[in-house]
Design a protein around this ligand. Structure first.
Ligand SMILES: Nc1ncnc2c1ncn2[C@@H]1O[C@H](COP(=O)(O)OP(=O)(O)OP(=O)(O)O)[C@@H](O)[C@H]1O
Length: 325
């Protein structure tokens, strides 16, 4: 039986201004399981940060409750909460002259005595956190003199040193390049497994989340939150709730978001990945209709159309344009 450190029951969340209530999310039910990385996805403004605030005990629900280790989160003191919940927020203020080691040591604050002095156990926890995030070599570097990806890993190391059972990260990969985004998400997934932590990551990176997350929570305006295995949500088509309108869809075959070509009239034969590339190029160049079969083959790549051979997609598109298509 899986253990859930965080449970939400019948939550309705929102904000109160003067005496009027603005309800943002209704009827939320969820469990954040230990040893799993869950990604929270949804369009801008749907209420992801609002839900995170409720999970962190910073926003009182209109109705329902959040349980942390089986106890209402509202019954935890700030100190007790800091021992259970580690948070990595977007763009925190970090003094540039602080070293990575000092930042990670800050994660131990909830555990130190009033003197603030780090014990042997605290120092060990800091070293372990640096090691788990593979940044021991950065310990003495200043935050102002390392890359964004390295700084993000340092923030994760600080959260790890805090040693809460639950880690909540709000867009930890924002502003990072593709490789760093993959690396951070893989790292978080690895930590969830090796340290049996319940990790919640707010992200807009659908494709990387699909590769790395154990569970998805999908928020969409006006519909109930969807919780499930990413793979099941792809198979059921529920993943498409993240792709509003009909311009895009999620392709099961290719495991990625694709343009929907319903308005395009092409008859193309060949390997699906090559067909997709040719369709993309035709669509971008404004060609919507070709009346004969387009045959695409690889090794060597060529396109045959009305008995004419084209050796690249560019050559084909130019050829079609010159025919006035
Ligand atoms: N303090 C606040 N007072 C009143 N309304 C708020 C407050 N904070 C957020 N909102 C509103 O709640 C809604 C959800 O905002 P929230 O920040 O939770 O969305 P989000 O999904 O995290 O968006 P994003 O992806 O852009 O970060 C928005 O309509 C927003 O205007």
């Amino acid at each position: 039986m899986q253990e859930a450190s965080i449970v939400g029951k019948n939550l309705s969340l929102g904000y109160t201004k003067q005496k009027s209530r603005k309800e943002i999310l209704q009827e939320l039910n969820f469990s954040l399981y230990d040893g799993e990385m869950t990604c929270l996805l949804g369009p801008n403004g749907v209420g992801k940060s609002t839900l995170v605030k409720a999970i962190l005990g910073q926003l009182k629900p209109f109705t329902g409750y959040v349980l942390l280790n089986g106890k209402p989160i509202s019954t935890y003191s700030n100190e007790a909460l800091a021992k259970e919940l580690s948070v990595v927020l977007t763009e925190p203020f970090l003094p540039g002259n602080m070293t990575v080691g000092q930042l990670v040591s800050m994660g131990r604050i909830p555990h130190t005595s009033w003197t603030g002095k780090l014990s042997e156990a605290d120092l060990l926890a800091v070293d372990e956190a640096l090691e788990a995030t593979k940044i021991t070599y950065l310990k003495d570097e200043r935050l102002g003199e390392i890359s964004d990806g390295q700084r993000q890993k340092a923030m994760i190391a600080r959260a790890l040193a805090q040693d809460g059972k639950v880690m909540v990260l709000d867009e930890p990969t924002a502003h990072l390049d593709l490789v760093n985004r993959f690396e951070i998400m893989h790292l978080l997934h690895e930590i969830s497994k090796t340290q049996q932590k319940a990790i919640l990551v707010v992200t807009h990176d659908l494709e990387i989340a699909l590769e790395t997350a154990d569970k998805f929570w999908i928020l969409n305006c006006g519909s109930p939150m969807i919780c499930g295995l990413p793979e099941d949500l792809v198979i059921s088509g529920e993943i498409n709730q993240l792709l509003p309108g009909d311009r895009f869809h999620f392709s099961i075959d290719r495991g990625r978001i694709e343009l929907t070509f319903s308005e395009l009239k092409f008859d193309i034969s060949g390997a699906p990945e090559l067909v997709q590339l040719v369709k993309n190029a035709l669509k971008k160049s404004g060609i919507q209709k070709l009346d004969s079969l387009i045959q695409v083959s690889g090794n060597p790549f060529l396109i045959e159309y009305k008995e004419q051979i084209f050796r690249s997609v560019g050559e084909f598109v130019e050829g079609m344009k010159s025919r006035g298509c």
